[in-house]
Design a protein. Structure first.
Length: 106
């Protein structure tokens, strides 16, 4: 998979937004995830057994395939310092060229 992104030092993100982040366990690895909760919110983890309060300066992110995704259910809330770009479009392969939508757009 090839990622095309640009850095914005003033990234503003919100719940349901899609973003690029550095993996908390391996900063050389880049992940694309959806924001499920922002600082100050409480989220129910995908295991349905625990609730997590998202601390200041963090967000809760999940992949679209929750059962097969390395995301906040695996490594916990993500520091906003690891976020480096918002994802807005799929551009590769050209046959899939489209704007990304959130579940609320559907």
């Amino acid at each position: 998979m090839r990622q095309i992104s640009w850095k914005d030092d003033f990234i503003r993100f919100k719940r349901d937004g899609t973003l690029f982040e550095r993996c908390p366990q391996d900063p050389d690895q880049k992940l694309i995830k959806r924001v499920i909760a922002v600082e100050g919110e409480t989220i129910r983890a995908s295991d349905k057994r625990r609730y997590v309060s998202v601390p200041l300066g963090h967000c809760w992110v999940e992949g679209d395939h929750v059962t097969h995704s390395m995301d906040s259910n695996f490594f916990g809330p993500v520091s906003v310092g690891l976020i480096f770009a918002k994802a807005s479009h799929i551009v590769w392969p050209p046959s899939r060229w489209q704007r990304l939508s959130s579940p609320r757009d559907a």
